[in-house]
Design a protein around this ligand. Structure first.
Ligand code: SF4
Length: 495
């Protein structure tokens, strides 16, 4: 629990905040000034929280000058309410108090609870690292699924990976795969910048559960651009008294795929996905049995142990969702799996949109977000489960969007397997043909099917999804392009 001295908290994340923190620290005479991580709501940053007794005043988009005025007010014994966008009354707490309305009130804040409130480099108030049996049993019984494309158990029961790693001969290792490397995604980054000690605490618990009697290494894998996350992970490991390695990989989309992450960690010059089986649990980092999860998965496991999980029985827990695209500022919020994805939109002001890309770079394009946020429901709707929702307004063309994603697949695939390497080239060319007057619906669909069914890794299996879903939802736009007309006016089409 937090102490009750007058306290100013300043959010500092990879988008900013240090100047406000410095100004607050220099001005403070009696109040404590703490550096905290992101809340996930970038429209509020830098956010300054002033706490006096049982009240916290929320000041959004603070300048250094305003931070000084807030600190001076608190030092004088007054809660700075002028200009505050919310005042919240609360008791002694260890998580961010939630305003009654506004973006921080959207969804629920369970794994995000400490983000924006706790000092990210301090140990959590309650640790689970020394409760491995309880962690294993809780996660196994609840059937927790892995979160995110960087997870070796993505949308599959994580406990099965632990059992496999435990039963495989060799020295196990636990990898926290924090390499999101997708410009739209901020789910794992929010956790690693905002609550890294909680993620590491859970990873240490999994290591103890997998290793039983033997010590198990924990390695955090980040991309080279994640400097703040790297610093905070190292500091959080020190606060936990744990020896945790941090390894940096390239800032490439493919480098987040679990087996390419292992290749990068081993120092490979050229990243290629590994054939499976055997999966990482049997043959992982340097051939050792390896559990690979995203920070999101570890955080959900911790939450399951401390507070239990509920919501959708087929996908217990919550899903972190970053809403981005044609919005004023992206927001990362937490949606219970039984709730529709559309709940997240309130965090960005419920904008009107023409289409949404659900699931990141290779997510599905759709007009509707009334789909539950659980993995089975999203997959059944043909959408991705990655947790990124990109909103696109009326000026965006569905054919162009599908084309951009196909070109990305063509340029960024690792080249290992034919269905993805050659398939993405053909896919891109067939889409270019649409602009030349030839829309081959059946041929495109068959190509998408083959890529999805036969590619070696999730990159190729998902790469055709934007095209397929765009054809399903926006067929009229494809036909209009073949007739020499772009309905939105975004594309130059040969008449
Ligand atoms: S699916 Fe694509 S990225 Fe994955 S192994 Fe095949 S070529 Fe490489």
């Amino acid at each position: 629990m937090e102490e009750r001295e007058p306290t100013v908290r300043v959010t500092v994340d990879s988008d900013g905040g240090p100047a406000v923190l410095v100004a607050a620290r220099e001005a403070a005479e009696g109040s404590a000034v703490r550096e905290v991580g992101p809340t996930g709501i970038t429209a509020l940053s830098p956010l300054v929280l002033a706490t006096l007794g049982d009240s916290t005043a929320f000041h959004a988009n603070c300048t250094p000058e305003r931070a000084v005025a807030i600190v001076e007010s608190l030092d004088a014994g007054d809660l700075p309410t002028e200009g505050a966008y919310a005042i919240v009354e609360h008791g002694t707490i260890s998580d961010l108090p939630i305003p009654a309305s506004g973006p921080l009130a959207v969804g629920g804040r369970r794994v995000l609870g400490r983000c924006g409130w706790a000092e990210p480099t301090a140990a959590p108030p309650e640790e689970i690292a020394d409760r491995p049996d309880e962690v294993f049993e809780t996660v196994r019984k609840t059937g927790l699924l892995g979160r995110g494309r960087g997870d070796a158990a993505a949308d599959a029961p994580v406990a099965e990976q632990w059992v496999r790693a435990r039963e495989t001969a060799g020295e196990p290792v636990v990898v926290v795969n924090g390499n999101e490397a997708d410009p739209g995604a901020a789910m794992d980054r929010t956790l690693l910048e905002g609550a890294p000690a909680e993620v590491l605490d859970a990873a240490l618990a999994v290591a103890a559960a997998v290793g039983e009697a033997v010590p198990v290494d924990v390695v955090v894998y980040l991309n080279e651009a994640d400097e703040l996350a790297r610093e905070r992970v190292a500091a959080a490991a020190a606060a936990l008294g744990a020896a945790i390695d941090v390894v940096v990989g390239p800032d490439l989309f493919i480098a987040g795929e679990p087996t390419m992450a292992l290749e990068a960690m081993e120092g490979a010059d050229r990243l290629e996905a590994r054939l499976r089986p055997p999966g990482p649990a049997e043959y992982g980092l340097f051939g050792r049995p390896t559990v690979v999860h995203t920070p999101r998965t570890f955080a959900q496991g911790r939450e399951a142990v401390l507070h239990g999980v509920g919501f959708d029985a087929a996908d217990p827990g919550t899903r972190l969702v970053t809403v981005t695209g044609d919005v004023r500022a992206p927001a990362t919020v937490e949606v219970p799996t039984g709730r529709p994805l559309s709940d997240a939109l309130a965090a960005v002001g419920d904008p009107a949109f023409k289409m949404a890309g659900v699931g990141g770079r290779f997510g599905g394009l759709t007009r509707r977000l009334d789909v539950p946020a659980s993995a089975p429901a999203l997959a059944a709707a043909g959408l991705g489960t990655e947790g990124v929702v990109e909103l696109f307004d009326d000026s965006r063309c569905a054919v162009a969007m599908a084309g951009h994603r196909a070109r990305f697949a063509r340029e960024e695939n690792c080249g290992r397997c034919v269905p993805c390497r050659e398939g993405s080239t053909q896919l891109h060319e067939l889409l270019r043909d649409v602009y030349g007057g030839r829309y081959e619906d059946a041929k495109l669909r068959e190509l998408c099917r083959v890529m999805g069914a036969t590619s070696v890794c999730d990159f190729g299996r998902a790469a055709a999804r934007p095209v397929l879903t765009a054809m399903d939802e926006f067929e009229a736009e494809f036909r209009a392009h073949a007739d020499g007309r772009c309905p939105t006016g975004e594309c130059e089409v040969r008449p």
